[in-house]
Design a protein around this ligand. Structure first.
Ligand code: UDP
Length: 427
């Protein structure tokens, strides 16, 4: 089939690595199945993605206008990963401003195709409004979630059944009224934004508008596996009354990701060479994802433990809470005195700044375990490679992913629950 004759699928992820990467992975799979893809993102994200799309594919990157400074955000803040945690909600809040441009972009696309409509629009779960726009043009709409079914089901139920701070018992335990299959929760299994939510805060306002709009879509695709995630998928089938499909696990091919992602603190080759010098199943990989981080004192304690212990490790270090995300690594301030030197001299660990080639690392036979924030992409990458998970959830659905993996699947041990620590709450 010629390029022009391929049926077009329009894809539109929210601006975060954990959304952009699985959307790109899905785009590559759909492209291999014979579709042409229009992949929409904001200008700077499109620029970053350009080098990761092989020119031979029919994936076309299209910029949607967005100027962060117009919305009370720092200049060029087009992705969550570059924002301090307190501004993440701002990027979410302003995202519906993309709607008129999205409508125009679709109209132009259909015009260019001489009236031929796209086969379907696949929008992010944070862009529930894109379903109405698709329907204005008479186009089928699906939501694609890079989050897992169980994690997103808990997230959905918790945000729509606030506040949980007040309706837990004296042990701090509660059930979700519309999701008893998820079992008992403890308040320590809630993110800090949920713990402080009272219904009138910006997160509650955003979620209460966004989540109910999912019902307007024609279908929900999850990057998950039915056997692993049946409880959450069944919840959404019941709640939304639309088809819900598990289409995972979908991962970006190793070579595509290095280019698609941020500038890495280390090349994949350097990482592999270092891992080749280690015995099988001997290395601990530590990363808290593309958005979240731990506090400076936690970093200090973790470094002390790694320095004192006998385990080899790769640790991706992002600036601790309270530091600008672009701050250069300050070993003297964030790590115990002399530890970086000792770790390097003994060839015991690799401390990688900001971004590591994660999938290459998890694929390597030397890696035994992953101390992980339980972001769903990281979870899938770990499980696919048979790497044991040690959970340290920090935000959002990560707590519920950890609950699934620890309590219902039994492939993870949890070592910390960040939000309660962060808020200094007494439970
Ligand atoms: N990632 C990576 N290198 C890093 C940190 C993250 O390649 O140093 C990738 C990781 O492999 C995953 C994605 O970024 O595909 C992060 O998604 P996840 O859902 O795990 O967490 P989030 O960053 O959305 O919290």
């Amino acid at each position: 089939m010629e390029k022009a004759e391929k049926e077009n699928i329009v894809m539109f992820p929210f601006m975060a690595q954990g959304h952009i990467l699985p959307f790109l992975a899905l785009a590559l799979q759909l492209e291999q199945k014979g579709h042409s893809i229009t992949y929409i993102s904001t200008p700077l994200n499109v620029k970053k993605l350009e080098s990761s799309i092989p020119p031979s594919t029919s994936i076309r990157l299209v910029e949607i206008p967005f100027n962060s400074s117009d919305h009370g955000l720092p200049p060029d803040a087009e992705i969550i990963d570059d924002l301090p945690y307190n501004l993440v909600i701002r990027l979410l809040e302003v995202s519906p401003c993309l709607e008129p441009s999205f409508r125009k972009l679709l109209a132009d696309l259909i015009d260019q195709q001489k009236g031929i409509k796209p086969l379907c629009i696949i929008g992010d779960f944070f862009f529930g409004w894109s379903a109405d726009v698709a329907h204005e043009f008479g186009v089928f709409h699906a939501i694609f979630s890079g989050a897992g079914g169980f994690g997103l089901a808990c997230y959905y139920s918790i945000w729509l059944n606030l506040p949980h701070r007040h309706n837990n018992d004296e042990k701090g335990e509660f059930m979700l009224p519309d999701f008893p299959e998820a079992g008992k929760f403890h308040v320590t299994q809630l993110s800090s934004s949920v713990l402080i939510a009272d219904g009138s805060d910006p997160s509650s306002i955003f979620q209460r508008k966004c989540l109910p709009s999912w019902v307007n879509s024609d279908g929900f695709l999850f990057n998950t596996v039915e056997e692993l995630d049946k409880i959450g998928l069944t919840y959404f089938r019941r709640k939304l009354g639309i088809p819900v499909w598990a289409v995972g696990p979908i991962l970006l091919p190793v070579d595509g990701r290095a280019k698609a992602s941020k500038t890495s603190g280390i090349t994949p080759e350097e990482c592999i060479e270092w891992l080749n010098s280690k015995s099988p199943n001997s290395v601990l990989y530590i990363s808290f994802g593309s958005e979240t981080t731990i506090s400076a004192s936690q970093m200090m304690q973790l470094a002390k433990a790694l320095d004192a212990g006998g385990t080899s490790f790769i640790w991706v270090v992002r600036p601790p809470i309270g530091f600008d995300t672009n701050t250069e690594f300050i070993a003297e301030e964030w790590l115990p005195e002399g530890s970086l030197q000792r770790i390097t001299d003994q060839n015991k660990g690799l401390i990688v700044e900001k971004w590591a080639p994660q999938l290459e690392i998890l694929c390597h036979k030397a890696v035994a375990a992953f101390l992980c924030h339980c972001g769903w992409n990281s979870v899938l990458e770990s499980l696919i490679n048979g790497v044991a998970l040690i959970g340290w959830p920090i935000a959002g659905d990560q707590f519920y992913n950890a609950k699934l993996l620890v309590e219902l699947v039994g492939v993870c041990v949890e070592v910390a629950e960040e939000s309660v620590l962060r808020l200094g709450m007494k439970i």
